[in-house]
Design a protein around this ligand. Structure first.
Ligand SMILES: *Cc1c(COP(=O)(O)O)cnc(C)c1O
Length: 472
């Protein structure tokens, strides 16, 4: 499979090249250059994942793909990796949180390092230096996934305000010798903008090249993040054996887009529902065709969705217009200039045909957590809880809700939602929650882990931090 840029002004590249560079040189995102032939689930998660990698990363040697899948699957605590959990007639939860950092990002971030290492070697690059911005979960998943993978290094920027204490400690306590976390003054959009600016900085790129390194990205703009996520939607189709709607707690629009690609490959997904928190730019966009990021950024209790500018929407624009690069360029330049753009009536109609959307306030999120617990004795994290609320509001019948994170990443919110009790410390809250629910907490070992990363930077000083950490 070759890839072309959504903006149409960059050369066509192979899978390896697209994995290495992340963003296309014209500022666009890579999308498949050819229409997708059907791909059936293969009967097991590992086999389906290998088939997907074979399709999307066909210039990566088979032995590398096989090893990547084997190593990835070994890091998940559930036998079928991403199990389904039915809750009465309400919903089926697709549990994506049994990996090392307890969020769905582990699925792709335990595979990407192997793809990237191989692509770097093939290109004669000695070191891939991965820069990421995180709203909470990408950072630790990238650090865990790349930790001690030879020829790679990771620097992750996380917002000083917004992440849960457990999310923060997952990053600052991460032990790999080649991984670093750095707090950035500001919110996730500040972090994402600073990282994008670093990628666009020609001086930084030249300095990296001079030390035989390449700056790359592990955000969901990278095809190596996006396409492995198709696996669990195809697997779900195989396991359910019936058509279904999906509800996806959405931030950067990567996970729901993977579901869309799963349908392009043949999964019988009927409707796609976006679940947002109060930062509901994407929800409003899906409902009306107007993308408007001119609003205040809110810090919520579902921090991994605290995003106003969702990068993967650009791929959706390309899909909605059958690859009309000129239209995509127009919308993206409007977004850059005005933080707003409006689809044509035709594109809006197509969008509304397939997508639904809803959102929840922090209070409604807690109510949903409590309702799911009271009805089903099942703990859903704040992001997943919004998915459940939205599914009910939209009247979806027996939908599959992507359970994007473990409830144990957000124990204070969980405890408060279920009991009304306010506890100041995540670890004490996890203990209380475990006693109350009889469930077994995960991630508790973090409490006593030493903090290894103490850097804090301003947005303007990000390039200098990049130099210092990677030694350019
Ligand atoms: C990253 C994340 C999301 C948002 O996923 P996108 O692919 O960015 O839309 C939702 N929930 C959780 C728990 C996450 O970590």
């Amino acid at each position: 499979m070759d890839y072309i840029s959504t903006r149409g002004l960059a050369p066509r590249v192979s899978g390896r090249q697209a994995v290495l560079t992340g963003l296309a040189p014209d500022g666009g995102l890579y999308v498949p250059a050819e229409p997708l032939a059907p791909l059936a689930p293969q009967g097991s998660y590992a086999a389906t994942m290998e088939a997907i990698l074979g399709r999307f990363f066909d210039d990566t040697p088979e032995s590398v793909r096989h090893e990547a899948v084997t190593r990835s699957v070994a890091r998940f605590a559930a036998p079928d990796v991403t199990p389904l959990r039915a809750c009465g007639d309400d919903a089926v939860f697709l549990e994506l949180f049994h990996g090392p950092t307890a969020a769905f990002k582990d699925v792709a971030l335990t595979i990407l390092p192997h793809l990237m290492r191989d692509a770097a070697l093939a290109a004669g690059i000695e070191r891939v230096c991965v820069l990421t911005a995180t709203s909470g979960d990408t950072g630790s998943a990238a650090m865990e996934g790349f930790a001690d993978v030879p020829g790679t290094a990771v620097l992750t920027f996380y917002p000083q305000t917004g992440t849960s204490e457990i999310q923060r400690r997952q990053m600052v306590c991460c032990a790999g010798s080649n991984v670093t976390a750095c707090a950035i003054e500001g919110n996730f959009d500040d972090a994402q903008a600073a990282v994008k600016a670093a990628f666009a900085d020609p001086t930084l790129a030249a300095e990296a090249a001079a030390s035989k390194a390449l700056l790359s990205s592990a955000n969901s703009i990278n095809i190596g993040r996006l396409f492995p996520q198709i696996c669990y939607y195809l697997e779900t189709a195989g396991r359910l054996g019936r058509p279904f709607d999906v509800v996806v707690p959405t931030g950067n629009f990567g996970n729901i887009l993977a579901a869309w690609y799963a349908r392009l490959l043949g999964a019988p997904i009927e409707r796609f529902a976006v679940a947002s928190n109060v930062n509901r730019v994407v929800c409003d966009f899906v409902r009306g065709g107007v993308y408007d990021a001119r609003r205040d950024f809110a810090v919520t209790n579902s921090p991994s969705m605290d995003i106003l500018v969702s990068s993967n929407v650009e791929r959706l624009l390309s899909l909605l217009t059958d690859g009309n690069a000129e239209a995509v360029r127009g919308w993206e330049s409007q977004l850059a200039a005005d933080r707003r753009f409006e689809l044509t009536p035709g594109a809006t109609t197509r969008l509304k045909q397939h997508f639904r959307a809803g959102w929840a306030t922090p209070e409604e999120t807690e109510t949903a957590i409590r309702e799911v617990w009271e009805r089903h004795h099942y703990l859903v994290d704040p992001h997943t809880a919004i998915g459940w609320k939205v599914a009910r509001e939209l009247g979806l019948r027996n939908p599959v809700i992507a359970a994007t994170a473990s409830p144990w990443k957000f124990p204070r919110t969980m405890l408060r939602a279920i009991t009304g009790r306010v506890v100041g410390n995540d670890f004490r809250a996890a203990e209380e929650l475990a006693v109350l629910t009889g469930a077994t907490p995960v991630l508790t070992g973090l409490e006593l882990a030493p903090e290894r990363h103490r850097r804090v930077t301003s947005r303007a000083a990000v390039p200098d931090t990049v130099r210092a950490v990677f030694g350019f």
